[in-house]
Design a protein around this ligand. Structure first.
Ligand SMILES: Nc1ncnc2c1ncn2[C@@H]1O[C@H](COP(=O)(O)OP(=O)(O)O)[C@@H](O)[C@H]1O
Ligand SMILES: [Mg+2]
Length: 304
């Protein structure tokens, strides 16, 4: 059985097509990323999968049950962390988690054990009596995750869980997600961060309510291997102008301190270098680079 199966899923708000025919599936135990810019439909997709919103077309199955016709079947197996995590500012860490335990009717004896494990697991034990509003951003997200996990869900839907969280806490948060895989929890996580996309087993790239591609990060990188080059040069503007006119060049853009240059399939890099030379570009260096996910993402979006 697939953990998630979505077929031609659509959702409109008035004239806006928030989701315009999504088709994808998520395997059990997989960490699956929904990656795309603001407004591309990630939250809408997650809300439909959790049964919080109805689609206007298509079909979505979670753990084998239709989310529209049979939402009760999955309710106790699904954990959803909205963005931002919706928790009570005036309750302590422990009280917030207890609130969720009651919401999901977790039996008291099971709750104690689970709570203790989650606290240790997320490093929250020393802060359990602290008011939520006095926590750092990273800690707040960990409390949100603990609340989402208190009823031991089989599938987790996380909406930009590390948005605004510092890099160290983000790494901690991901460690927890990887730990969850040992419990065979399936995780569907929305993100705008490409470094997070890199941590997923597979990624669906969202763009304007559509999915452009579903792939493993490693495979995505291969799409650009041997075609991506970095140019370092003092006169970057002149280099850009020359590149724009070269037929071998599929794309070029400023990247860090240099220019990233994507060549068309089978184009010869040596002929591009000599063209730059002939056009009078002085003192440049052109070398192959390992594609980052950002390069892949830009190239997918530009291809349309
Ligand atoms: N409740 C709503 N009413 C009207 N438009 C909405 C609503 N929710 C989302 N949208 C629109 O749907 C599109 C997708 O939004 P959303 O799913 O929140 O994207 P993301 O989570 O990727 O930022 C956006 O254009 C947004 O303005
Ligand atoms: Mg969103």
């Amino acid at each position: 059985m697939k953990a998630v199966e979505v077929e031609n899923l659509c959702r409109s708000f008035g004239g806006t097509k928030a989701l315009d025919g999504l088709t994808f599936s998520v395997k059990e135990g997989e960490i699956f990323g929904l990656v795309g810019p603001d407004g591309s439909g990630k939250t809408t997709c997650l809300r439909i999968l959790c049964g919080l919103m109805e689609p206007t077309g298509g079909r979505a199955m979670v753990l084998g049950s239709d989310v529209v016709s049979d939402p009760e079947a999955i309710k106790n197996h699904v954990g959803y962390m909205a963005q931002p995590a919706r928790l009570y500012e005036d309750l302590t860490v422990e009280e917030n988690i207890e609130f969720y335990a009651d919401l999901y009717e977790v039996p008291k004896d099971r709750y104690r054990d689970r709570m203790k494990r989650l606290m240790e697991f997320s490093g929250l034990s020393p802060f359990k009596d602290r008011l939520f509003r006095n926590l750092s951003g990273g800690m707040k997200q960990k409390v949100g995750l603990s609340c989402t996990l208190i009823h031991t869900p089989r599938i987790l839907f996380l909406d930009e869980p590390t948005n605004g969280v510092d890099p160290v806490s983000r790494r901690d948060f991901w460690k927890i997600l990887y730990e969850l895989r040992r419990e065979n929890v399936t995780i569907v996580v929305a993100s705008t961060y490409l470094d997070e996309a890199d941590r997923c087993h597979r990624v669906a790239f969202f763009d304007k309510g559509k999915i452009r591609m579903v792939e493993e990060p490693l495979e995505l990188r291969k799409l650009l291997t041997d075609r991506l080059f970095n140019i370092t040069v003092a006169d970057r503007r002149k280099a850009m102008t020359i590149l724009r006119a070269l037929p071998e060049v599929s794309d070029h853009y400023v990247f860090g301190a240099g220019i990233h240059l994507l060549l068309k399939d089978k184009a010869d890099p040596a002929s591009v270098a000599s063209a730059l030379d002939m056009e009078g570009l002085k003192g440049f260096r052109m070398e192959p680079v390992h594609p980052s996910l950002e390069d892949v993402y830009l190239s997918i979006l530009k291809k349309g």
